[in-house]
Design a protein around this ligand. Structure first.
Ligand code: UD1
Length: 342
């Protein structure tokens, strides 16, 4: 029988792409999402891609009783992929308690249920934000973490520590934290993708919405960084490549390949691109003109970061495969689909 995987936040951006990859690998998926930042219609689009409608339960995982009742009802879950979390950096500065309560509360409820209901494995969404501005680039898994720049970033660091400590105390529990660099792009079918509510905070959705005419122009935050063209550098990873990293992490745990019952991996491409390089690549790939202007740096932004992916590539047997060009093309195809553009 197909193994059942719980995907929390499975109607969200990275979650929905991961559900598709899991289903295509023969896993049975159940999604839990409170729909606070995603739409129920995502289920229809997942079904269009894979032909399978995932089971779905709508509730908030920071509610302990509801989480417990869920595990009573679904007694065959083999592993969890935990995406459900608040993720807006700026908002987290305004509402720190909501971020701590939600992000840490839901993780702790899940860990408790893993023990109680004997669900041994979890993959957790962490972020390269835990490295801050590293002193040495690229960053390996040995690069020291730095103090977080925001409550959001701090929830990722604290959640990692909670998992580490819980795994130490509970030998039967097995967790893998994946430290994502910058996920971008959309599924090649253009049926699922990133759909931010309101004005996008992140670069690529802002670019595609500007190209689609929803925004007048892109603001490039700073051109006086110590980089070749003065704009900040990130490691942009295709969301389907990223989704596949979750499937290999699940396989690693289910097949008993973990070297320790708490592990963490960088998930990036190993290449850094500047904001200006990304904007130019987008214009070249899509042939769409993009209005942009240079403005001041954004508070809290780091100058440059990209991953050393050697350890993850070797241990997981996984590598990012898609080019920046095809990834940007997929982001644009998705935006056009959402807006009904040709
Ligand atoms: C941000 C978060 C990071 C989080 C990630 C989730 C910060 C400091 N970091 O990463 O912790 O895990 O989102 O997706 O917010 N840019 C512009 N104009 C824009 C938007 C962005 O120039 O309108 C620039 C930024 O200054 C940055 C780059 O584009 O240099 C990428 O920005 P963004 O997509 O927001 O991601 P991060 O800030 O790297």
């Amino acid at each position: 029988m197909a193994k059942q995987i719980l995907v929390t936040g499975g109607t969200g951006y990275i979650g929905s792409h991961t559900v598709v990859e899991l289903q295509e690998r023969g896993f049975d998926v159940v999604i839990v999402d409170n729909l606070s930042n995603s739409q129920i219609e995502v289920l229809d689009n997942i079904e269009k891609i894979t032909g399978i409608r995932p089971a779905f339960e709508q509730f908030d995982l920071s509610e302990r009783d509801l989480t417990d009742a869920f595990f009573k009802k679904y007694s065959d879950i083999a592993a969890i992929i935990h995406f459900a979390a608040f993720k807006a950096v700026g908002e987290s500065v305004q509402k720190p308690l909501e971020y701590y309560r939600n992000n840490m509360g839901s993780l702790m409820n899940l860990l408790e249920c893993m023990n109680k209901y004997q669900v041994p494995h979890m993959v957790f969404s962490s972020s390269c934000t835990v490295y801050g501005q590293p002193d040495v680039l690229p960053v390996t898994e040995q690069t020291p973490r730095k103090e977080a720049e925001s409550p959001y970033g701090n929830t990722k660091a604290i959640c990692e520590d909670i998992m580490r400590d819980y795994c130490k105390a509970n030998e039967a529990i097995n967790c893998i934290a994946l430290r994502y660099f910058n996920p971008i792009g959309a599924h090649p079918t253009a049926l699922i993708g990133e759909l931010p509510v309101g004005v996008p905070n992140n670069l690529v959705p802002f670019i595609t919405q500007t190209a689609a005419g929803l925004r007048d122009e892109l603001s490039i935050f700073g051109d006086d960084y110590d980089t070749e063209d003065g704009t900040a550098i990130r490691d942009y990873i295709n969301v389907v490549d990223l989704a596949k990293a979750h499937v290999v992490a699940i396989d690693r745990m289910l097949n008993g390949k973990s070297k320790d019952n708490y592990e963490y991996f960088n998930v990036g491409t190993g290449s850094g691109y500047s904001v200006m390089q990304l904007v130019k690549a987008f214009i070249k790939v899509t042939g769409v003109n993009l209005n942009y202007k240079i403005v001041d740096r954004r508070a809290g932004d780091i100058e440059k970061i990209w991953a050393d992916t050697t350890y993850g590539n070797n241990e997981l047997g996984w590598k990012a495969e898609k080019t920046l060009e095809e990834t940007l093309a997929s982001a644009w195809a998705w935006e056009k689909n959402v807006r009904g553009l040709k």
